[in-house]
Design a binder for this molecule. Structure first.
Ligand code: AMP
Length: 423
């Protein structure tokens, strides 16, 4: 199948050729015709499947045929959970839309609002936004939706995880009732389905990767290692395997900072990216990583969500995520759009349960590996293994109540929703 057979016009086809795309990906082959027809769409697609072009291309095609946006008006609104994703989607809009003469703009929090108000004054055919900043702009009369034709929710599952549901509902209330709705989400949980009920009408449902399966081309492995040996093992693996650009996930912001300092002291070019960093620092770290001035990007889940970094060969889970689905998102950073990749997890004695939950979710056992000179830890939850406290089970055969761990998250982050700075 070719892009031209999908009904896209010449300037868009030229932009695709320039990007080097020869064939639509499965999500594009299914979503483009449905969106061009004006249908509502509900698509289960992870990042890396080409979903951004899947909604951007037909959107550009449709908008290009209509009248342009008036002052402060918006014709298509794309909502994304994070600032980085907003910037990335906006870049795609500009790339694929070159030569069409449409106006597009991106707004997100963490940067000055005034320049965004100025830009919106001219109107935007396409506005890419994070929910919090969009509401601020709306309340200040900087943006109007009378001309709105299409609403797109990108990474809807993550928006809910990040606590944006109320913002989304407030935004939906001020949009015109008659519009096309496109909902993209990596997974379709009950919450997403209930959001969808009030949003999409008779949607075309598209699913390109079955729920919670990991990217096929990603080679996964686990190193069981004592917690205190993790920094040394990471450096050992980086050096032994000669890894280049590597994205490293930690569970907490504090953990990300600490590991980044350790790697820098070891002579690596590393940077951290997480919610406590200013937008300027996040943008700088990401740009440095993309253009290879920085070799190691240490990230928490929320900051890294949806990042599209070309041909990233290596992802390391320095700590496993608390939420098993995040593992799937994390390793989705590699092996993107057909490229192969490697995802390695360093698992300490107290992470056995998290590992089990991940393996249950992805329905496969991740192969174990051992690095020379690094001892596997005692796994806390294996039957027969001594408990780390050294306490024996009671002799009377009664089960001991599980010991309460003071901080099960093992870090200093607040609960998920509260920890997330709204943009
Ligand atoms: P996404 O899932 O939208 O984040 O896209 C993942 C990556 O695939 C991006 O780097 C896109 O540039 C790339 N991509 C999207 N569509 C195609 C295509 N048809 N052929 C090759 N690469 C593509």
């Amino acid at each position: 199948m070719s892009f031209s057979s999908l009904g896209l016009s010449a300037p868009i086809l030229a932009a695709l050729e320039k990007s080097g795309y020869t064939q639509p990906t499965p999500i594009q082959a299914q979503a483009i015709p449905a969106i061009l027809e004006g249908e509502d769409v509900m698509a289960a697609a992870q990042t890396g499947t080409g979903k951004t072009a899947g909604f951007t291309l037909p959107l550009l095609e449709r908008l290009h045929q209509g009248t342009t946006a008036r002052s402060n008006q918006v014709r298509a609104l794309i909502l994304t959970p994070t600032r980085e994703l907003a910037a990335q989607v906006s870049e795609s809009v500009s790339t694929y839309g070159q030569g069409l003469g449409l106006k597009s703009t991106v707004v997100f929090g963490g940067v000055k609002i005034n320049p965004q108000m100025m830009k919106l004054r001219a109107g935007a055919d396409i506005l890419v936004a994070t929910p919090g900043r969009l509401l601020d702009l709306y309340q200040q009369n900087a943006v109007r939706f009378d001309q709105l034709e299409v609403l797109i929710l990108d990474e809807a599952d993550r928006m809910l995880d990040m606590g944006f549901i109320h913002d989304i509902k407030r935004i939906l209330k001020v949009l015109p009732k008659k519009r096309q709705n496109l909902l993209f989400s990596a997974t379709f949980s009950q919450e997403i389905r209930s959001l969808a009920r009030g949003l999409v009408h008779n949607p075309v449902e598209i699913s390109v990767s079955p729920r919670n399966t990991t990217a096929e081309k990603v080679e996964q492995s686990v190193y069981l290692v004592e917690k205190k040996q993790k920094p040394a093992l990471l450096v050992h693996l980086l050096v032994e395997n000669n890894w280049g650009q590597t994205l490293i996930f930690t569970k907490t912001k504090h953990g990300a900072n600490k590991l980044t300092r350790y790697l820098e002291e070891g002579g690596f070019k590393a940077a951290a990216i997480h919610g406590n960093k200013s937008q300027a620092a996040r943008t700088k770290a990401l740009a440095g990583f993309k253009d290879k001035r920085i070799q190691l990007l240490v990230a928490t889940d929320i900051a890294a969500r949806g990042l599209d970094i070309d041909l990233l060969p290596q992802v390391v889970n320095y700590e496993l995520p608390n939420v098993a689905e995040d593992y799937v998102h994390r390793i989705g950073r590699t092996g993107r759009a057909g490229a192969s990749g490697q995802a390695i997890s360093l698992v300490a004695g107290d992470e056995g349960k998290l590992l089990k939950a991940i393996e249950k979710l992805i329905k496969q056992e991740i192969p174990r590996q051992q690095a020379e000179g690094f001892k596997p830890p005692v796994m806390e939850d294996q039957p027969g293994n001594p408990r780390p406290s050294g306490k024996k089970p009671p002799a009377n055969g009664k089960k001991r109540r599980p010991a309460r761990r003071r901080n099960p998250a093992g870090g200093n982050d607040k609960p998920r929703a509260a920890a997330t700075a709204k943009s």
